[in-house]
Structures are given as structure tokens and as C-alpha cells.
Design a protein around this ligand. Structure first.
Ligand code: SAM
Length: 262
């Protein structure tokens, strides 16, 4: 039984980390004329209202995008997506990763998304309808194995589990290794939380062993509320695009400088 709902966490600093790098990578990849595939295994609902009871209850967006929106120059790909979403849906709208992707891609590109939770899936299908793509109410790991390699071959897959199921930490390294064997050119992007008891460490060690050229980027931040276990956010990228390392360094400097001021 799935109980995680991203509406409680949308727009927190982990989303700022993940979505700003996702927007940067897709902007970089769409500078070439060749078409792209965007795949996502754990899509969530796509679009969030930060005045919704769930978001207000945790206060995570108030400690996240509410303070971080002006960290990014107006021409940064993430700032451009945020501005377009606010123009379309209002000042309190926040894009999840599927809509960050849909707003970054072109008509020649293709999108395939999986979301298992029935209500989250229904909301995703509604929010994504204007953009098009293939959406499935299906296990994301199964989708990853069945649709890879996608057509077009050039592309990126985001794996963004809630880690509600603790076996995710063990499932992911062999899963990414299998996907990589089927889709050698695919950019595989895994998000994971940095929790106070650090359950991610064995998974990241296994990923570093399997993908010695992978890029691992982590940012730390204060817990969103007393006792909250999440103290940072991590991304592991297989086949990182050129320039991503420099962008992660810029982002680390931003997080350090801006969080010190608060
Ligand atoms: N990627 C989204 C974003 O950044 O906007 C957030 C996704 S949220 C962290 C994780 C989502 O995965 C939840 O909506 C949950 O219902 C869904 N989920 C959990 N297990 C799944 C599975 N095995 N396959 C597909 N979706 C799953």
C-alpha cells in the first residue's frame, strides 16, 4: 500500500536541487537538433499548488522554493520553467519533474511516465494531457526495463522513488546496471534523500563501483522542521552531460551561500 504523496513535499529544497539540475540537463540536451526521449519511473502528480493543505501542513515549500526562487538568474532553465508555470497556472503553482521536463522539451521529443498510486496517476494524466506523451499506471522499475532502449535513443531517464519501500536502496544499483546494459547511451538520473541515519550510503557505494564515471552530487540543508530526518538531497547521474559538473559546483556554492544567510 503506497502512502507517500509528493504534495506534502513539493517545492522543498530537495525538489529545488533535483528540478534545477533536471531543467539544466534538458536545456543542454535540447540545444542539439536531434530528438530526445524523456522517461520517468516515479512521476508523482506533475503539478502542485503550494497553498494546498498538504504543502502548508509540512511547511517544506516555505523553507524551499519560497526562499530559493530568486537564487536563480531569470535566464536559468529552472527559473524559465518556474516563470512559465506561474504565468499559466498562477503564482502558487509548482511544477513536478514531469512538467519541468514537458516545459523543457520540444515537439520532436517523446515522454514516457510511470506512476503507481491511483490518485497520483489520475492527477498526473490530467496535468500532462495538454503536453501529450505516454503515461502508465505501472511499476516504474518494470517500465524502465521494458521500454529501454527507447526510440529515439538519445535521452534521459529520471528515477525518483519515495524510498517508502526500504528495498528501493537494494533494488536500484542492479536495476540501473541492467538498464545501462540495454541502453548504453541513456543518461540515467537517480535522486535519493540524505537522511540523518544515512541509509543511502551502501547504495551510493554500489553505484560508484558499477559506474566509476558517474557523477554524484549532494547538497545539505537544515531539516524543514524539528525532528525531520531529511538533511540533504543527492543525485547520481550515469553518462553525465558535458558541463553538468560545473553546474553542480555552481549549485553547491549557491546552497552554501544562501543557506548561510538564512
Ligand atoms: N518525480 C516527482 C517530482 O519530482 O515531481 C516526485 C515523485 S515522488 C518522490 C515518488 C512517486 O513514486 C510517488 O508519487 C509514488 O506514488 C510513486 N511510486 C511509488 N512506488 C512506485 C513504483 N514502484 N512505480 C511507480 N511509481 C511509484
Amino acid at each position: 500500500m503506497l502512502s507517500y504523496q509528493h504534495a506534502y513535499h513539493a517545492g522543498n529544497l530537495a525538489d529545488v536541487h533535483k528540478h534545477s539540475l533536471l531543467a539544466w540537463m534538458l536545456d543542454y540536451l535540447t540545444r542539439k537538433d536531434k530528438a530526445l526521449s524523456y522517461l520517468e519511473t516515479h512521476a508523482g502528480r506533475g503539478l502542485y499548488d503550494l497553498t494546498d493543505e498538504a504543502a502548508v501542513k509540512t511547511g517544506e515549500a516555505a523553507k524551499g522554493i519560497a526562499i530559493a526562487a530568486d537564487w536563480f538568474a531569470a535566464d536559468h532553465p529552472y527559473a524559465r520553467v518556474l516563470a512559465r508555470i506561474r504565468t499559466k497556472y498562477g503564482a502558487n503553482a509548482y511544477p513536478g519533474s514531469p512538467i519541468v521536463a514537458a516545459e523543457s522539451l520540444r515537439p520532436i521529443d517523446s515522454i514516457q511516465l510511470s506512476e503507481l498510486h491511483p490518485q497520483e496517476y489520475a492527477a498526473l494524466a490530467m496535468h500532462m494531457a495538454p503536453y501529450g506523451g505516454v503515461f502508465r499506471q505501472r511499476d516504474g522499475y518494470e517500465m524502465a526495463l521494458s521500454v529501454c532502449p527507447p526510440e529515439p535513443r538519445r535521452g534521459l531517464m529520471l528515477v525518483d522513488p519515495s524510498f517508502e519501500v526500504k528495498s528501493d536502496y537494494d533494488t536500484i544499483p542492479p536495476l540501473l546496471a541492467k538498464v545501462h546494459r540495454k541502453w548504453g547511451v541513456g543518461i540515467l538520473v537517480l535522486w535519493y534523500p540524505l537522511l540523518s541515519d544515512a541509509p543511502h550510503l551502501p547504495m551510493v557505494r554500489a553505484l560508484r563501483d558499477t559506474f566509476p564515471d558517474g557523477l554524484c552530487h549532494e547538497v545539505g540543508f537544515p531539516p524543514a522542521r524539528p525532528g525531520h530526518r531529511m538533511v540533504g538531497s543527492g543525485l547520481f547521474v550515469v553518462n553525465p552531460p558535458y558541463g553538468l559538473l560545473a553546474e553542480t559546483k555552481r549549485l553547491s556554492a549557491l546552497f552554501d551561500a544562501k543557506l548561510k544567510q538564512n
